[in-house]
Design a protein around this ligand. Structure first.
Ligand SMILES: Nc1ncnc2c1ncn2[C@@H]1O[C@H](COP(=O)(O)OP(=O)(O)OP(=O)(O)O)[C@@H](O)[C@H]1O
Ligand SMILES: [Mg+2]
Length: 211
């Protein structure tokens, strides 16, 4: 028995964590066995790597160090948590996965996309999500949603210029065009409920629940 693997992607403040939470409630209530997780992190070892990555004090971290730390976190996460859960037939819902690497490190930091694909391949051992929900939003709207929350404690990546976040968005849209079967775009500037209605349609379809 294999489960289903769903990832949520999108720029900062696009509503990933919010929609993951709503989806977990919805699917749990419908009786599905759910594992909700996130990247970087998701296991004890990987969460330690997350702390290194997001610590604003690590100003000297080089771009390639960043890529490899994300990959290390992902490798641990896939092996220790995601694959075993899928093997048990569970639905794994992950807040960020491989596409974040391409959008942030590839488009945001201009690192070579082919190399990043290879790094992702090493980290995941070839595991791909069955479906990726891309919450698309302009950086202005997304960053505005989170600015009050974290005015004093922006993490390292949120401190990047708006231009960086524009490139990240373009990266996501490039990926959605490249992998239309896997990546489904939702316009995330709408209310939480409206966005979630669209998420539900995608999930019902994936899980074969036709209404
Ligand atoms: N559709 C929405 N409309 C308005 N506000 C929203 C919407 N979705 C989420 N929010 C609010 O915006 C903020 C950011 O949402 P959330 O944390 O879910 O985004 P995220 O994509 O997980 O962000 P990050 O990339 O920083 O983890 C939260 O305060 C949340 O309540
Ligand atoms: Mg989040």
């Amino acid at each position: 028995m294999t489960g289903k693997f769903i990832s949520f992607e999108g720029p900062d403040g696009s509503g990933k964590s919010t929609q993951v939470r709503l989806l977990v409630e919805y699917l749990s209530a419908a009786g599905y066995d759910i594992v909700a997780t996130r990247e970087p992190g998701g296991t004890e070892t990987a969460e330690k790597i997350r702390k290194l990555l997001l610590d604003p004090l690590n100003r000297k971290m080089t771009d390639r160090t960043e890529v490899l730390l994300y990959a290390a976190s992902r490798a641990q996460h896939v092996e220790e948590l995601i694959k075993p859960a899928l093997a048990q037939g569970k639905i794994v819902i992950c807040d960020r996965f491989i596409d974040s690497t391409i959008a942030y490190q590839g488009f945001g930091r201009n690192l070579n996309l082919d190399l990043l694909d290879m790094v992702n391949e090493v980290a995941t051992d070839g595991l791909l999500p069955d479906m990726t929900v891309l919450l698309d939003i302009s950086p202005e709207v997304g960053l505005n949603r989170i600015k009050d929350l974290r005015l004093c404690s922006k993490d390292r990546l949120e401190q990047e210029a708006v231009d960086f976040h524009r490139r990240v968005r373009q990266g996501y849209l490039y990926l959605a065009e490249k992998y239309p079967q896997r990546i489904k775009i939702i316009r995330a500037g709408e209310s939480k409920d409206r966005v979630f209605k669209e998420v539900k349609v995608l999930l019902d379809h994936l899980l074969g629940k036709h209404r």
